[in-house]
Design a protein around this ligand. Structure first.
Ligand SMILES: [Zn+2]
Length: 89
């Protein structure tokens, strides 16, 4: 791997760069795929809950209610699911 600061090749498990002494960032953990899938499948449910909440909250604008029912909003959700499946989730 390479040092973020000086770009020198350093050992894979180094804690500090042996060239410039910069602390090496700990690698991020693998994403929790199960959680991601769970979240994806619950989007529809959350949208219904949100819509019900908004419908019961008179302070929110009609425009926002309209947005949640709109094709644009649905498209965003579909695009998101599409991108996730393209990425192999
Ligand atoms: Zn370095």
């Amino acid at each position: 791997m390479k040092c973020d600061k000086c770009n020198q090749e350093i050992k894979e498990d180094s804690k500090f760069c042996s060239y410039c002494g910069t602390k090496v960032e700990v690698k991020r953990k693998e994403p929790d795929y199960d959680l991601i899938m769970k979240n994806l499948s619950s989007i529809g449910q959350e949208l219904r809950v949100l819509r019900a909440f908004i419908a019961s909250n008179l302070k929110l604008t009609k425009e926002y209610k309209k947005f949640l029912d709109s094709d644009k909003c649905k498209k965003v959700l579909l695009d998101y699911k599409g991108e996730m499946s393209k990425a192999g989730f």
